[in-house]
Design a protein around this ligand. Structure first.
Ligand code: AMP
Length: 191
């Protein structure tokens, strides 16, 4: 079983690369951002609560996303593996995921970390906001807040996997195909 954490700041290309990787390696894509936006579209109480934080660029509480991820893993018990996109975003989330997956005897294979500088991230997010209509992609101060949340709460998660020898840095600027090849090679080297 392949369990890949695709890591990087907002705008690093995790969504784009996940779509290609799930096809190549027959994996199930688990994006907490997409799941939360689905809850918002359906107008669920969880979605309404999460929206208040997401619109400000603040992370939603750990227990909310941990519960969502566990449910999705259990609902896809026969999967060949998972790509975790936008999760884990805090050390507490990483610890909870490890405990859960180790309990299923299917630990994380590796974390692939896409490296993109802050200026390029802001440019990409504003560009994406024009097409996607995502409120958190359309305002420079919210984008700055998201990058700040990433630097404070999420970046340390890389160290968590590094200490397990599972972290692989990948250059996230360049042609989509070149980045995809680098990601694929890293996965194949650990499969
Ligand atoms: P994303 O689509 O991954 O950029 O996520 C959009 C927003 O959803 C984030 O800015 C957070 O408010 C929230 N979110 C998504 N994933 C998580 C997570 N793992 N932990 C906490 N908040 C999350």
């Amino acid at each position: 079983m392949l369990n890949i954490v695709l890591f990087g700041p907002p705008g690093a290309g995790k969504g784009t690369q996940s779509e290609k990787l799930i096809e190549k390696f027959s994996l199930v894509h688990l994006s907490t951002g997409d799941i939360l936006r689905g809850e918002i579209t359906q107008g669920t109480p969880l979605g309404m609560e999460a929206k208040k934080l997401m619109d400000q660029g603040i992370l939603v509480p750990d227990e909310v996303v941990i519960g969502m991820i566990k449910n999705r893993i259990e609902a896809n018990a026969s999967a060949a593996g998972f790509i975790f996109d936008g999760f884990p975003r805090t050390i507490a989330q990483a610890e909870a995921l490890d405990t859960f997956l180790n309990g299923c005897q299917t630990p994380i294979t590796c974390m692939l970390s896409l490296k993109v500088d802050d200026e390029e991230l802001s440019r990409r997010l504003l560009e994406r906001g024009k097409a996607s209509g995502r409120p958190d992609d359309q305002d420079e101060s919210i984008i700055r807040r998201r990058i700040q949340e990433y630097n404070h709460k999420t970046a340390p998660v890389a160290g968590f996997y590094q200490s397990q020898g599972k972290l692989v840095d990948i250059q996230g600027v360049g042609e989509i195909e070149t980045i995809f090849e680098a990601l694929s090679d890293a996965i194949e080297a650990r499969a």
